[in-house]
Design a protein around this ligand. Structure first.
Ligand SMILES: [Zn+2]
Length: 730
């Protein structure tokens, strides 16, 4: 499939390599050795440094800084020629948003400045303004020159989107352009409550979309229809927001996403890579490709550009990418290394990818749980604390689902109607900022008798982050807001969420009357039969909490399954007793606004707590809620030990299941030192219409396993998983 040269390069090129040239490389680039490495790793395309901050060809633009010792040599062009001789796709790589002092001196007006007129710096370099002739005239000229010299298939750009959100550019171009667009002067400060600042945020996104479209018009005009300019984008929505890159808008304007997300963080884990692959495919389409730059050097914290990253760490990051529909792209910094171990890292998983590529493309997820996200919520609800207000809640939900082996897909809030046929349950992990129209989509979904789980301040704000007097989805949640809360978000208001105080959730069969004043003694254990969402907690009447709870009034028809135990001291031990063992504050509410639907609302933000604190009780409760909301419509059951990320797909008349073994990494931090096998895993897949299940083949073990069919479920065992296994049923 990938060798079909009738397809454009962005559809047929799956595996990429990048030797990211350092300035010294013109005197030490070993062309023969790298060509051999391209072959060993089965890459089909290469990304070659062309211009921007440093040029690797003799440009007619004198201000484009040439690499040291380059002289009149065209190292970039030589590598392009070698790649073409080897039949590879070629992307010319730019790094365009900064320039050196010489350039700045010649065109000071093209660079971003602060309110006092001082230029913004990035290290030794100066940051060019996206609205200046640097981006609008000079760079298009450079793109034209590169295409005319060497005819690359397309162009990437490492850092294309200009000044980040935390700095406001006051250059003449920005002043005039913002006034023309909005009639207003630029904001004086970062004030999320001011209308001018909100307009500035949206205007900045639009300016980056303009750059994207301008660059593509330029490259397509000179290089033809398929000569795309595709920048690079992050694997983190909060980062995309901080750089004004609207993922949805960009995916609507491109054929491929070059994903610059090179390594796992201990916070987000390897699983964030399969999640990001699914999230981007949800915007881009599952028929398109997402190559991902994978650091073979010691990227992370701390970073070592010239040392080799431990091989298992690289491998697991890449395998989680495969599980999310991402293709591999190896990345070395500089062309010469004394730590040669990194040259051995890519070959095994690139070889496996080549051998099995037919199973890794053109498939769609089988997952009926949708986790809703929106970049606008990151901006106008998350504001400057998006990690705590947005990312932790989302991460808590997806980690709980992965832990419970429940397949899910990220769903953009504006795609709820588009995707609703595939979904039985929607989850709103503290989606604070939602428009009336988005709320209507959620309501329509639930009215079809489907499931909904929502937490915290979901729907409490409009799409600009302006607070509403009540939840827009109050009718679904079965609660009304009081606009009060306990607990905090962020260091600005630590409240009781500190070392000195702790809180709990009380699992109650029904809401009790508030008890005034301190209580003596303990509550008798609750023996009444518990709701299925509390399964596994039979031996406890309380759960640790430690988060923020919205104070809400539940409607009489709603069912309250847990209440809040207010804070009391941790230290000294003598003081650690519940001053108020019970309260009337609902922490978990179930509601049935429409016949057949199942809605759970969590005033207590256990999703955020799990994302932050990793307590198993919070994950178990979240998974119980999802299973209850699914009402037996689950599609996958995997039994056996370990932490396994299960990604389930359909590809024409086949089923494909990725099992990624994260057991090794759940107990330690990055980087991963060693892989430990788990198994056997007993797998049950719900049979899908049009799939004839004759055999199950394990692509990593390279063997077949016996299957059996029962009641619409297909059952088999996977004996052992070391790093990952991919099962193909056909
Ligand atoms: Zn500017």
């Amino acid at each position: 499939m990938s060798n079909d040269t009738k397809l454009p390069w962005y559809q047929r090129t799956y595996r990429w390599g990048q030797t990211n040239l350092a300035e010294l490389d013109p005197v030490r680039y070993d062309a023969d050795w790298w060509r051999a490495q391209w072959k060993r790793t089965h890459v089909q395309g290469v990304i070659i440094n062309a211009g921007g901050i440093v040029a690797y060809y003799p440009s007619r633009y004198p201000l484009q800084h040439r690499a040291l010792y380059l002289g009149e040599r065209d190292l970039y062009g030589e590598i392009v020629a070698a790649a073409r001789a080897d039949g590879l796709s070629v992307l010319a790589r730019m790094d365009s948003n900064r320039a050196d002092e010489h350039f700045y001196m010649e065109h000071p007006g093209w660079f971003a400045i602060d309110a006092e007129g001082h230029p913004y710096r990035a290290g030794e370099l100066y940051v060019s303004c996206v609205n200046s002739p640097y981006y609008r005239e000079y760079l298009p000229g450079v793109l034209r020159e590169i295409i005319e010299r060497s005819h690359p298939d397309g162009l990437t750009d490492n850092s294309w989107s200009g000044l980040e959100r935390n700095r406001i550019c006051y250059c003449d171009y920005c002043v005039r352009k913002f006034r023309a667009a909005t009639g207003m002067a630029l904001p004086q400060s970062h004030d999320w409550d001011s209308d001018v600042y909100k307009q500035w945020i949206q205007w900045n996104y639009a300016c980056r979309v303009e750059v994207w479209e301008l660059n593509n018009r330029t490259t397509q005009e000179v290089g033809g229809h398929d000569c795309l300019w595709i920048g690079m984008n992050s694997g983190n929505i909060v980062t995309q927001s901080e750089r004004f890159r609207d993922y949805k808008a960009l995916c609507e304007r491109t054929e491929i996403i070059m994903l610059d997300s090179q390594y796992r963080t201990s916070t987000a884990g390897f699983q964030s890579n399969s999640d990001m692959g699914k999230l981007i495919h949800g915007l881009l389409g599952w028929e398109k490709q997402i190559p991902e730059s994978t650091a073979l050097y010691g990227a992370g914290q701390p970073t070592f550009r010239l040392a080799s990253k431990p091989e298992p760490e690289v491998r697991m990051w890449a395998l989680e990418g495969f599980a999310g529909g991402i293709h591999p792209w190896w990345h070395h910094i500089s062309a010469y290394h004394e730590d040669r171990r990194q040259y051995r890292t890519a070959e095994p998983f690139f070889t496996w990818h080549q051998a099995n590529e037919q199973f890794l493309v053109n498939r769609t997820p089988i997952a009926n749980v949708g986790v809703v996200w929106t970049q606008r919520n990151v901006d106008f609800y998350g504001r400057d604390a998006a990690e705590e207000r947005v990312a932790q809640s989302y991460r808590g939900v997806i980690n709980a689902l992965i832990r419970a082996r429940i397949p899910y897909v990220p769903v953009h809030v504006d795609h709820i109607a588009r995707d609703s046929d595939q979904l039985d349950v929607l989850i709103l992990p503290n989606i604070g900022a939602m428009s009336d129209e988005q709320c209507a989509q959620v309501r329509h979904f639930v009215a079809q008798g489907k499931g909904l789980i929502a937490s915290s301040e979901s729907s409490c704000y409009d799409e600009w982050g302006n607070p509403r007097s009540d939840f827009a989805l109050a009718d679904l949640f079965g609660v009304h807001a009081t606009n009060a809360h306990h607990g905090s978000l962020g260091e600005s208001d630590p409240s009781w969420e500190t070392w000195s105080r702790h809180t709990y959730l009380r699992l109650v069969p029904e809401l009790r009357a508030q008890i005034d004043g301190p209580q003596i003694g303990t509550e008798p254990p609750i023996t009444a039969e518990r709701h299925p969402v509390l399964a596994g907690f039979e031996e406890t009447d309380i759960l640790p909490f430690g988060g923020r709870i919205e104070v809400v009034d539940a409607v009489p028809t709603a069912q309250v399954l847990a209440s809040f135990v207010p804070s009391f001291p941790i230290y000294p031990p003598e003081t650690s007793w519940m001053r108020y063992p019970t309260s009337t504050l609902p922490a978990l509410v179930l509601n049935t606004p429409y016949t057949g639907c199942r809605v759970a609302y969590l005033p207590a933000d256990i999703d955020r707590c799990f994302g932050r604190d990793n307590l198993p009780d919070h994950a178990t409760l979240l998974a119980n809620l999802v299973r209850w909301a699914l009402a037996e419509h689950d599609v996958l059951r995997v039994d056996g030990p370990g932490l396994i990320d299960c990604q389930f797909y359909r590809q024409a008349d086949r089923l494909i299941l990725h099992l990624v073994n994260l057991t090794n990494v759940g107990t330690w931090r990055a980087p991963l030192h060693e892989l430990i096998s788990v198994g056997p895993l007993h797998v049950r897949l719900r049979l899908q219409e049009g799939v004839a299940a004759h055999a199950a083949r394990l692509l990593v073990a390279d063997s077949a396993v016996p299957i059996s069919l029962n009641d619409g479920w297909l059952t088999f065992a996977v004996p052992t998983v070391t790093d990952h296994e991919v099962v193909v049923v056909s």
